[in-house]
Write a protein that binds this ligand. Structure first.
Ligand SMILES: *[C@@H]1O[C@H](CO)[C@@H](O)[C@H](O)[C@H]1NC(C)=O
Ligand SMILES: *[C@@H]1O[C@H](CO)[C@@H](O)[C@H](O)[C@H]1NC(C)=O
Ligand SMILES: *[C@@H]1O[C@H](CO)[C@@H](O)[C@H](O)[C@H]1NC(C)=O
Ligand SMILES: *[C@@H]1O[C@H](CO)[C@@H](O)[C@H](O)[C@H]1NC(C)=O
Ligand SMILES: *[C@@H]1O[C@H](CO)[C@@H](O)[C@H](O)[C@H]1NC(C)=O
Ligand SMILES: [Ca+2]
Length: 527
């Protein structure tokens, strides 16, 4: 009876293809079991979960208290902003409160008293969570909309930023961009970043208060007016590259670049009427859960998907431990109407008993061995279950077997080591004289030259004799009249010609030239 009720509740949205349930209990020929579907959370008012930051410091009015007036009443400058008085303060949080009927509450900037220095302000909204926009972003300005502003977005919690839309009363002048309208975009340009003049012209501060980022108009390119054909939109989101990401943000930033001017040029004698005042920022969207969750809750200061399909992570972006027998995949809107859950599979559940620790998507049955084995193990793994590291790699002891970083390259020095394999702690096998984990160092009494060679001479045991000097442990440079590895032999003893008075003895140009040549010849030991 309970199940029946659940089924009834679940069937209605399913038929509409709204992707709002993740699983349902169904009866098949093999008895009752769970059936899984692609699912996503409902759209929410995202301003309720946002953190805001306004830059630069000191841009909020009221510290010190300041007078201002309006374009409608330019010479009645009796309004006051005072941060220390709650009735006259205009802090950033007033952009996100719920407006009571009648009186608007708003954040307000200082006035443009530093003109002609530009009056600049950044309003940065952060969610610490990926969000998919489902409706227009609507920013409400009291006392006139900026004549120039820009909307930026981040997809990586504010590490990198990208332009989202440009706004100006003259796009060419402000941004060197032609003015365009979202309504004129086509299926191939639905994710174009453009400059619009629709929200920046002066029309009276009471009449035109809002600046929009038009999500609905862009959706309508695929779903038709009134968004009746959502199936077509979902199909496009799945297939058009970059389209889903275009509507996904973790942060938004409004860069206010020039305030409302009241439809005329800047009047220097009255700068008290130029400032920004924002009463509301409406952002409607849903948590991005990769179609693996239909609930998103606010926990420990951040939104988090309640992941199903045995996935986990803030965005359900990976498989739960022990459910990694195939690689993680996002769910898909296709095929319509219920999509594909692409659930993570329990270790040992797929393909008979073949666990691949997430390093392979494929198993294959080898007939003559009667075993099932993983095919094309990735991440430098190998083996029936991708449980070993490829030759030339070793196991990362701080990583689980299903971690992408489980195998680390040995990186053995090609000359110093016997081969490119290493033991379980990453140590390579060294040739004679070489040492170090990667065999790129020499043992004491060895020197490095394309490998390690035993010292020919040094300052302790293998001293050069008869005033010879040791050159880089490689050879003795002998004074004229001596030779031998350590200059231990007098030339006279060997060859009487070399003795005093004989032709070609010390000081002759030929001997000097030979000596210099010898200094330059690597590996030279003796003439
Ligand atoms: C606003 O943010 C941009 C980066 O997106 C930065 O270059 C600029 O200096 C900021 N402006 C202010 C007034 O803080
Ligand atoms: C962002 O969210 C993550 C995951 O919920 C959390 O661990 C982290 O502390 C949050 N960071 C901030 C700055 O709130
Ligand atoms: C997830 O794992 C549980 C067992 O912990 C299982 O009962 C359930 O069917 C799995 N769900 C999916 C979608 O695979
Ligand atoms: C070993 O694995 C851990 C955990 O995944 C990772 O943080 C670390 O970077 C890996 N070490 C190397 C050398 O790749
Ligand atoms: C790897 O080789 C190094 C150096 O020979 C040695 O100290 C270490 O114990 C070896 N590790 C293992 C697991 O054999
Ligand atoms: Ca407000």
């Amino acid at each position: 009876m309970l199940y029946l009720a659940a089924l009834l509740v679940h069937c209605v949205p399913l038929a509409m293809g709204q992707y709002d349930i993740c699983k349902s209990w169904v009866t098949t020929d093999d008895g009752p079991s769970w059936e899984f579907y692609a699912c996503q959370p409902k759209a929410m008012r995202m301003k309720d979960y946002v953190t805001v930051r306004v830059d630069p410091a000191g841009i909020t009015c009221g510290d010190p208290p300041e007078r201002f007036c309006t374009h409608e009443n330019p010479y009645l400058c009796s309004d006051e902003c005072d941060a220390s008085n709650p009735d006259l303060a205009h802090p950033p949080k007033l952009m996100f409160d719920s407006e009571d009927e009648g009186l608007a509450t708003y954040w307000q900037s200082v006035t443009w008293r530093r003109y002609p220095e530009p009056l600049l302000a950044n309003i940065t909204l952060s969610w610490n969570k990926s969000i998919e926009l489902t409706d227009d972003i609507v920013i409400t300005f009291e006392y006139g909309r900026p004549t120039i502003m820009m909307l930026e977005k981040s997809l990586d919690n504010g590490r990198t930023w990208h332009p989202y839309q440009y706004y100006a009363d003259d796009c060419m002048e402000a941004f060197s961009m032609p003015a365009r309208r979202v309504r004129d975009l086509s299926t191939t340009s639905a994710n174009r970043v453009l400059c619009t003049e629709e929200y920046s012209r002066w029309a009276g501060s009471k009449k035109e208060k809002t600046v929009r980022f038009e999500v609905r108009d862009r959706f309508a390119i695929f779903a038709g007016p009134d968004l009746k054909n959502m199936d077509n939109l979902y199909t496009r989101l799945e297939s058009a590259k970059g389209l889903k990401d275009f509507f996904t943000v973790t942060d938004l930033r409004m860069r206010l670049l020039r305030p409302a001017l009241g439809g005329t040029y800047v009047q220097r004698e009255n700068l008290y009427k130029y400032f920004y005042a924002v009463s509301n920022i409406e952002v409607t969207g849903r948590c991005k859960c990769n179609l693996h969750a239909n609930l998103c809750t606010f926990k420990e200061g951040s939104l988090q998907c309640e992941c199903e399909h045995n996935t986990t992570g803030q965005d359900c972006g990976k498989c739960k431990k022990n459910f990694r027998s195939r690689s993680w995949r996002a769910g898909s809107y296709l095929p319509l109407p219920n999509g594909s859950p692409n659930a993570c599979a329990a270790a040992g559940s797929a393909f008979g008993n073949c666990e691949c620790y997430g390093h392979s998507n494929r198993c294959s049955y080898i007939d003559f061995l009667n075993v099932v084995t993983c095919v094309s193990c990735k991440h430098n793994t190998r083996g029936q279950h991708c449980q070993h590291c490829r030759l030339g790699f070793y196991r990362n002891s701080s990583a689980e077997l299903d971690d992408e970083n489980v195998c680390i390259e040995c990186n053995c020095n090609q000359i110093g080591s016997m081969h490119d394999r290493c033991n379980e702690t990453g140590y390579c096998e060294c040739r004679e004289g070489a040492t170090g984990p990667k065999c790129d160092d020499c043992l004491p009494n060895y020197y490095w030259r394309q490998g390690c060679f035993p010292n020919v001479c040094d300052d302790e045991l293998l001293l050069c004799q008869n005033g010879g000097t040791c050159y880089q442990n490689q050879r003795c440079i002998c004074p004229v009249g001596f030779k031998g590895v350590l200059c231990q032999q007098s030339r006279c003893e060997v060859d009487k010609k070399d003795c005093d008075g004989a032709p070609g003895a010390r000081g002759s140009p030929a001997a000097l030239a030979l000596g210099m040549l010898a200094l330059q010849l690597p590996g030279w030991v003796d003439l």
